[in-house]
Design a protein around this ligand. Structure first.
Ligand SMILES: *[C@@H]1O[C@H](CO)[C@@H](O)[C@H](O)[C@H]1NC(C)=O
Ligand SMILES: *[C@@H]1O[C@H](CO)[C@@H](O)[C@H](O)[C@H]1NC(C)=O
Length: 193
């Protein structure tokens, strides 16, 4: 009898501790700005009909629920985020669309239940979209620009940099003189990029 108790206790602790094997997910996922990303979390048998959720914030106790399922396989969508349970293969998918840089955060995949919910932490990162241009020797001190339109003579200059300083970094253009390279970040939605 005593042997059975000592076996049961650690097994129960393992089963019911948040982040335990009852639910698993990717440790980290990343997506490009304005693109979308999906997170798939899996759960053990018996949890099919429970409500699954996606919560934002590193702190388990104060994270903010973004979307929750209804306990069915019906997809639930809120703003740019949706959640869909696949009870046949015991997994649920969270999709984040039109990603913004400030969507990057620590999130949790979880299952609602009496007492403490089950959950597993997922780190979401959002990378800016960048493009590079190279220039030949002798052009180091010329003004570099990043212009928008098919017609070069009428295009709108979104950013320009003089390129006189080593490693010049304006908000969205980075010039590395030793590589003779411009790196543009296309992340400012206000400029309609
Ligand atoms: C479960 O099924 C869904 C829908 O068919 C699929 O998209 C998903 O990749 C599957 N997940 C696993 C872990 O097999
Ligand atoms: C610029 O490019 C050089 C050569 O590849 C590299 O060593 C250096 O780290 C770059 N500078 C910065 C600030 O990224």
């Amino acid at each position: 009898m005593g042997g059975r108790t000592t076996w049961l206790l650690p097994a129960l602790l393992l089963l019911f501790h948040p982040g335990s094997a009852a639910i698993t997910g990717p440790k980290a996922v990343s997506g490009l700005e304005r693109d979308s990303l999906t997170v798939q979390c899996q759960y053990g048998p018996g949890w099919e009909l429970y409500v699954k959720w996606w919560c934002r914030g590193a702190d388990w106790d104060s994270c903010k629920f973004v979307v929750k399922t209804t306990g069915s396989e019906q997809e639930v969508k809120k703003d740019r985020v949706s959640i869909k349970d696949n009870q046949k293969n015991r997994s649920f998918t969270v999709t984040m669309e039109k990603l913004r840089l400030n969507d990057a955060d620590t999130y949790w995949c979880g299952i609602e239940r009496a007492g403490t919910d089950l959950g597993v932490q997922v780190e979401v990162t959002v990378d800016p979209v960048t493009t590079h241009c190279h220039y030949g020797p002798g052009w180091e001190n010329y003004v570099k620009w990043w212009c928008r339109d098919a017609d070069q003579n009428n295009c709108i200059i979104l950013v320009q940099a003089t390129g006189s300083k080593q490693g010049e970094n304006t908000n969205r253009v980075y010039i590395n003189q030793s590589k003779r390279m411009l790196t543009m970040t296309m992340s400012d939605e206000k400029n309609g990029l």
